[in-house]
Write a protein that binds this ligand. Structure first.
Ligand code: UTP
Length: 274
């Protein structure tokens, strides 16, 4: 079965909930203590065996490029001051053999449209998608690794899901389970809580197949007037092509200020304990 070697990171959103912090900087560069969200997500992808990182950027593309680029001047300055550990931290942001590719989303037309912008680079391969503002803790090699393994077994599209009880379910894409264990019959974007087909919420990690590009290209705007990734996955689910994998860990919604604060407090607490 096809190995997943490419990951798409949509980082072109406006991040309006974090203004003014996100006026000149993508929200995915905001740090959880001393490491930006996007680096946690890149490390998760690399741990899953992915070696091609595709960033779909907007107007603030430079800062993300600079973060993943080497900075020999900084490294040399740190080494000259005897700060070898800090120099290592700068050098080891990406292991050897991992390549970064940057594509542009010319207009912020939604997450589905951002994924479509990566079509030419993804080409005809299955690929992972990671939303770096979903900050995850996990056991093992990470949820992207779990999704890639599940894809290796069945060849089907993989969604990561977690249980959300109560009215908050209406903030998510919600899975309509099929009769097959782990099977997904539909994905409903932000339903009213009373209409939610289950308590299984789709979170920001996916393994997708390239047939999604044709669906996205021909899809009308959905919830919020945006081209929604969930709507395209819903079309694939109705064809019986989608499965769900449960998150083995915690998820913090770092697209919201409260979730971001909780993530920082969680990581800070763990660091203090050592
Ligand atoms: P969000 O729905 O959180 O939107 O995007 P946002 O613009 O980033 O933030 P708010 O709601 O204005 O505060 C979910 C993910 O999809 C990306 C974002 O960068 C984020 O990773 N995205 C969203 C794009 O890349 N392009 C888009 O057009 C929309």
């Amino acid at each position: 079965m096809h190995k997943i070697r490419k990951a798409v990171f949509p980082v072109a959103g406006f991040g309006t909930r974090f203004l003014p912090a996100t006026k000149a900087m993508p929200k995915e560069l905001m740090p959880i203590v001393d490491k930006p969200l996007i680096q946690y997500a890149a490390e998760e992808a690399i741990a899953a065996g992915i070696d091609t990182l595709i960033f779909v950027t907007g107007r603030n593309k430079r800062a993300i490029e600079d973060h993943f680029d080497s900075n020999q001047e900084l490294e040399a300055a740190l080494l000259a001051k005897g700060k070898a550990e800090q120099a290592d931290r700068v050098r080891n942001i990406l292991p050897k053999g991992v390549e970064c590719i940057f594509v542009r989303q010319p207009e912020q037309l939604g997450l589905g449209h951002a994924v479509l912008c990566a079509e030419r680079v993804v080409s005809n391969d299955p690929f992972a998608v990671l939303l770096a503002d979903d900050f995850l803790t996990y056991g093992g090699a990470g949820i992207t690794s779990d999704l890639a393994e599940a894809f290796g077994r069945s060849g089907k599209i993989q969604l990561s899901v977690m249980e959300v009880d109560g009215p908050d379910i209406s903030k998510y894409g919600v899975v309509a389970p099929s009769e097959v264990p782990g099977g997904v019959a539909g994905l409903i974007e932000k339903p009213d809580a009373v209409d939610a087909p289950s308590n299984l919420a789709s979170i920001g990690r996916y393994v997708l197949t390239p047939d999604i590009f044709d669906i996205l290209r021909n899809q009308p705007a959905g919830s919020g007037g945006e081209i929604q990734l969930a709507d395209a996955i819903n079309t694939q689910a109705q064809r019986g092509d989608v499965e769900a994998v449960r998150l083995n860990g915690l998820r913090f919604d770092c697209g919201s200020v409260d979730g971001y604060l909780d993530a920082i407090m969680h990581v800070a607490e763990q660091r203090r304990r050592g």
